[in-house]
Design a protein around this ligand. Structure first.
Ligand SMILES: C[S@@+](CC[C@H](N)C(=O)[O-])C[C@H]1O[C@@H](n2cnc3c(N)ncnc32)[C@H](O)[C@@H]1O
Length: 213
């Protein structure tokens, strides 16, 4: 080594390893977020399948619901999105926020999201992986596929099993009474919007003091 090399600040092997780990994690994050400039978390990256009663929220609504979930879950909180994949996608775009999230979905195309995807069929409301412990989510958001009492009642079983308490339900205005009976939720002033106009009036319901009023 010559004199010039002595002037170059040297990083300790420990700092260097930490830096390398940081860069490789950053690369991994970017790699999953974009492939050939395509954001795999953008709403609509998985197209609506009307056979599965899929109607995606508008970008603004998904963002509003995602922000509400983060606030309600609190620092380091856990969020479950049941049959509401665009809220999951919007949450994944919220860089730097401190929370964890998973998406419970019937459509296996969402398995591209890896371990955060959990296959879910409301017909078997408690048929869940063992590692999904009861009352382990700070908030559960759900948008059941059908406007029927049976579908809401079964989805409600899953919601009550998973939540520590907070519930954010999105469904038709016609389900107000049943939602109150099954989950103790009240209609919010906030009106969710979809990327396409729906024939049915949609609303959000919560059982806590939310920012949606
Ligand atoms: C009315 S959409 C709600 C989507 C929400 N608006 C969003 O943008 O994320 C109903 C959701 O239920 C899912 N779904 C369809 N059949 C289901 C089933 N048997 N069990 C659970 N979820 C189901 C659909 O794939 C869809 O994501």
């Amino acid at each position: 080594m010559d004199d010039d090399d002595d002037d170059i600040p040297q990083l300790s092997s420990h700092t260097l390893a930490a830096l390398q780990e940081f860069y490789s994690e950053q690369q991994q994050r970017e790699g999953t977020k974009t492939s050939q400039g395509f954001n795999q978390y953008s709403i609509g990256s998985i197209e609506e399948d009307w056979q599965l009663s899929q109607f995606w929220y508008s970008d603004e609504t998904a963002l509003c619901l995602a922000k509400e979930a983060v606030l309600a879950a609190g620092k380091g909180g856990r969020i479950a999105c049941i049959s509401a994949p665009s809220v999951y996608q919007k949450l994944k775009e919220q860089d730097g926020e401190d929370f964890s999230v998973c998406v419970l979905e019937y459509d296996r195309r969402f398995s591209v999201y890896g371990e955060e995807f959990i296959f879910y069929d409301y017909n078997h409301p408690l048929d869940l992986p063992e590692n999904l412990l009861p009352h382990s989510f700070d908030i559960v958001i759900a948008d059941p596929p059908y406007l029927s009492e049976e579908c809401l009642q079964k989805t409600a079983e899953t919601i009550k099993y998973l939540t520590k308490g907070k519930i954010l339900l999105c469904t038709g205005a016609v389900m107000e009474e049943q939602a109150a009976k099954l989950l103790g939720v009240k209609m919010c002033k906030f009106i969710p919007k979809h990327s396409r106009n729906l024939a049915n009036e949609f609303r959000c319901y919560v059982n806590y003091a939310s920012g949606l009023d």
